[in-house]
Design a protein around this ligand. Structure first.
Ligand SMILES: *[C@@H]1O[C@H](CO)[C@@H](O)[C@H](O)[C@H]1NC(C)=O
Ligand SMILES: *[C@@H]1O[C@H](CO)[C@@H](O)[C@H](O)[C@H]1NC(C)=O
Length: 302
């Protein structure tokens, strides 16, 4: 999908890697190359000749778009500027979803708020249909005034959620190491440490989450402030194309730069930033919520 699929010589592959590490500037896909409107077409506007999209939400409808292809690994990113009004109850979502019965899903969900209160970033991981892995982070900047990058790295080793270049969450593929220590709880819900493996589609939407998103659903969208508008840029996708029915086994091959050594674990600088953000800004973690999970998810232990 990305720039590098075109390159064939070794020299060009090296150039490509540097290119991805150092610069986002020259990668310039327009919306139509990789994405398709899926919801609320009359609530969507395009700017900059297809390089910026505005989604709107009002009391009639929200709106959304999704990638044309499904992927089995990659670095997925979106530049987002959130609704700048009183946005209590309004949810802006950027996620990967396999869309099948027992499904895999990786979520960034921005939970709007009343003016002066922080917008909360909620992340979640579903694997084999099991979710309930919410974490919540306050942002250290105002996400409504400028575009910021939100990124999901997904390879065989880990899934990392980034805000700009700061890792805020890591979901490790422990199955890789310990060869599946499966623990089945009584309600049969927690089965080992789940790791997404189905092909997933990139999905973006702006919708009314009044019944849950802000103060547990007590703060509703205030329709006298409609329309709510979120803006999106960067429609490049660095992913390994796959399909849900027959996942592409090649998606973990080191042919793809995001599967290579540098991307298998965080470096020291990233780890430090990660620990700092977790300490200062994370305000909810499913792993420590014993009220909700008397038996914690297996990845929370040890
Ligand atoms: C694009 O979205 C429309 C629905 O809005 C759907 O009918 C069509 O199949 C989609 N195309 C692709 C390539 O996903
Ligand atoms: C909704 O917004 C209007 C206009 O800003 C404001 O006057 C009103 O108090 C708000 N309602 C609630 C419930 O906050």
């Amino acid at each position: 999908m990305g720039f590098c699929t075109w390159q064939i010589t070794t020299l060009m592959i090296i150039f490509c890697e540097m290119f991805f590490l150092l610069s986002d500037a020259a990668r310039d896909a327009i919306f139509d190359e990789n994405y398709n409107v899926t919801w609320g077409r009359d609530h969507i506007l395009f700017f900059k000749r297809g390089r910026e999209v505005q989604l709107s939400l009002d009391h009639l409808s929200g709106s959304g778009f999704a990638s044309k292809a499904y992927f089995g690994s990659g670095l997925f990113q979106m530049k987002i500027k959130l609704p700048d009004k009183d946005s209590g109850g309004v949810v802006t979502a950027f996620y990967l979803n396999s869309n099948v019965g027992v499904h895999d899903e990786l979520d960034f969900e921005f939970l709007g708020n009343r003016p002066g209160k922080p917008i909360v970033l909620q992340t979640n991981v579903f694997a084999d249909g099991v979710g309930g892995r919410e974490q919540r982070t306050k942002l250290w900047f105002d996400p409504t005034t400028d575009f910021h990058y939100y990124k999901l790295l997904w390879n065989q080793h880990h899934i990392v959620f980034f805000v700009d270049d700061i890792p805020i969450r890591i979901h490790k593929n422990n199955k890789l190491k310990h060869d599946i220590p499966i623990s089945v709880s009584k309600n049969n819900k927690l089965k080992g440490i789940g790791y997404p493996k189905r092909a997933m589609q990139v999905v973006v939407s702006l919708w009314d989450g009044s019944d849950w998103a802000t103060d547990g659903g007590q703060t509703k969208a205030n329709w006298s402030n409609e329309p709510f508008q979120a803006h999106f840029q960067d429609f490049n996708i660095d992913g390994c194309p796959s399909v849900t029915t027959a996942p592409n086994k090649d998606c973990y091959s080191s042919r793809y730069w995001w599967n290579r050594k540098n991307y298998r674990q965080l470096n020291q600088r990233q780890l430090k930033a990660y620990e700092h953000v977790r300490k200062m800004y994370m305000n909810y973690d499913y792993c420590t919520d014993r009220g909700r999970y008397p038996t914690p998810h297996p990845e929370c232990i040890g």
